[in-house]
Design a protein around this ligand. Structure first.
Ligand code: ADP
Length: 400
C-alpha cells in the first residue's frame, strides 16, 4: 500500500511516500519539502533514493505546494503514478475533544475541523488547506487526519482541567489538550521495543525538545499528563516561547505596561524563551556557542531550559509513581549531549545513572543510561511521518 504523508505548516509542506506491507518494515520511497510557501522564492527539495532535486520558484498557496510535490513524485522519472497513491495521511495539530483517534476525512469531519480553527489558528487552517488540496489532486485516495492531540485525549480530568470555573471548560473548552502527541507516541513505542516489553507495562517520560518543546508522562501507552496545555505555549522554556508563567504577571503587565493583545501574543510566543532570556537567539546551538564564549545570559538561558525540563521529569515521575524510562527527542533532545548530561545529573535520586561516553557519542537512536541505572535513558530520533502512515493504514484496514 502506498501512503502519501503530508505535514502542512504555515510556511512549509513536508511529505513522505511510504510503501507499506503487512509484516515488512515500511519503506520510504520518496520524501521532500517545500519551504517558504507564500513567497516568490519557495524552495522545493525532493529526495528519491540517492537522488535529490532542488528548485526555487514562486509558491503562493498550499494547493500549489502540494501540486509541486506531486509533480516531483509523479512526473518524469518520478516514483509513482498519481493513481497508485492508495491513501493520504495528514498531520492535524488540533483535534479538540471531538477527535480522539485518527479519522477518515469526510465533509462532516472537515466542517468539524473548521470549528476547531480558533483553537489552533496558526496550525489547523494550514492542515485543512492541505487536506483540501490533496482531495482535489488525488480524488481517488482516502484522506486520513492524524491528530497531535489524540495521544493526550485520554488524560484524566484532574490532569487536563485548570483551576478556573468549570463552566469555562464546558462553554469554551478551556482545558489542557497537549501537543507533539504523534512524536510522543513514536518515542513511547520505540522505547518499548528497545526494552522488549509491551508499552502497556511501562511508565515513560518523553521529552520532545525542539523549537517547540514538551514533556509527556506516558503510562501504559497512554499520555496521562503533558506540559503543553490549551495552547503550545505552556510548560517548558522554548526557543522563543515563555512556557509557564504566572498569569498574574500578565495581568500586571497589561494593567501597567500598555500591552495590547497583539503585543502580549508576540511577547509570549516570539520574544521569550531562550531568545528572551539570552537577548541573542532562540536557537540552542547559538546559546551553547555563546555560553562557551563566556556569555552569562546565554548560560542563564541554558540553565533555565535545563531546570524546567528536569522539574517536569520530577513532576511526571510523581504523577506516575515512578518511571521506567526517559527518552529525549527532537532537535535539542537528539543533538545536545550537554543538556542531557545536566538533566540526568540532577535525577540521581530517581536512580538515573548516565553512561557519559554513550551520551557524548550518541548519534541517532541510542541508550545512554549506564548498566544498573534503575531508569533506562534513551535518545530516540522522532519519526512523526511514520506514525501518520501507520495510523492511516491501521484505520483503513479496520474499516474494510
Ligand atoms: P521544530 O520544533 O521546528 O521541528 P527541531 O526539532 O528541528 O525543531 O529543533 C530545533 C532546535 O534544535 C533548535 O533550537 C536547534 O538549535 C536545536 N539543535 C539542532 N542541532 C543542534 C545541536 N547540534 N546542538 C544543540 N541544539 C541543536
Amino acid at each position: 500500500m502506498k501512503v502519501f504523508v503530508l505535514n502542512c505548516g504555515s510556511s512549509s509542506v513536508k511529505y513522505k511516500l511510504y510503501d507499506m506491507a503487512p509484516g515488512r518494515v515500511p519503506a520510504v520511497v520518496a520524501s521532500g519539502k517545500v519551504e517558504r510557501v507564500g513567497t516568490d522564492t519557495a524552495i522545493i527539495t525532493h529526495r528519491q533514493g540517492t537522488a535529490q532535486r532542488q528548485v526555487t520558484r514562486p509558491v503562493f498557496h498550499h494547493y500549489e505546494a502540494i501540486q509541486l510535490c506531486l509533480a516531483m513524485l509523479t512526473g518524469d522519472g518520478g516514483a509513482i503514478e498519481a493513481t497508485a497513491v492508495d491513501a493520504v495521511g495528514h498531520r492535524v495539530v488540533h483535534g479538540g475533544e471531538l477527535f480522539r483517534e485518527a479519522v477518515v476525512v469526510t465533509p462532516a469531519v472537515k466542517e468539524a475541523l473548521r470549528q476547531l480553527n480558533d483553537l489552533a489558528p496558526l496550525h489547523n487552517p494550514h492542515n485543512l488547506a492541505g487536506i483540501e488540496a490533496a482531495e482535489a489532486l488525488l480524488p481517488h485516495a482516502p484522506q486520513v487526519a492524524v491528530f497531535d492531540t489524540a495521544m493526550h485525549a485520554r488524560m484524566p480530568a484532574h490532569a487536563y482541567l485548570y483551576g478556573i470555573p468549570y463552566e469555562l471548560y464546558e462553554r469554551h473548552g478551556i482545558r489542557r489538550y497537549g501537543f507533539h502527541g504523534i512524536s510522543h507516541k513514536y518515542v513511547a513505542h520505540r522505547v518499548a521495543e528497545r526494552l522488549g516489553r509491551p508499552v502497556e507495562s511501562l511508565r515513560i517520560i518523553s521529552c520532545h525538545l525542539g523549537n517547540g518543546a514538551s514533556v509527556a508522562a506516558i503510562r501504559g501507552g497512554v499520555s496521562v499528563d503533558t506540559s503543553m496545555g490549551f495552547t503550545p505555549l505552556e510548560g517548558l522554556l522554548m526557543g522563543t516561547r515563555s512556557g509557564d508563567i504566572d498569569p498574574g504577571a500578565l495581568i500586571y503587565l497589561m494593567a501597567h505596561g500598555d500591552l495590547s493583545l497583539a503585543d502580549l501574543n508576540a511577547l509570549l510566543n516570539r520574544q521569550s524563551g531562550l531568545k528572551g532570556i539570552s537577548g541573542l537567539s532562540g536557537d540552542m546551538r547559538d546559546i551553547e556557542a555563546a555560553m562557551d564564549a563566556g556569555d552569562d545570559r546565554a548560560r542563564l538561558a541554558f540553565d533555565m531550559y535545563e531546570y524546567r525540563v528536569r522539574k517536569y521529569i520530577g513532576a511526571y515521575a510523581a504523577a506516575m509513581n515512578g518511571v521506567d524510562a526517559i527518552a529525549f527527542t527532537a532537535g535539542i533532545g537528539e543533538h545536545s549531549p550537554r543538556l542531557r548530561q545536566k538533566i540526568c545529573a540532577g535525577l540521581t535520586y530517581l536512580g538515573v545513572r548516565l553512561d557519559e561516553a554513550q551520551n557524548a557519542a550518541a548519534a541517532g537512536e541510542a541508550e545512554i543510561s549506564a548498566p544498573g541505572s534503575s531508569v533506562r535513558v534513551f535518545v530516540i530520533p522522532t519519526d512523526e511521518e511514520l506514525v501518520i502512515a501507520q495510523d492511516t493504514v491501521a484505520l483503513l484496514a479496520a474499516r474494510r
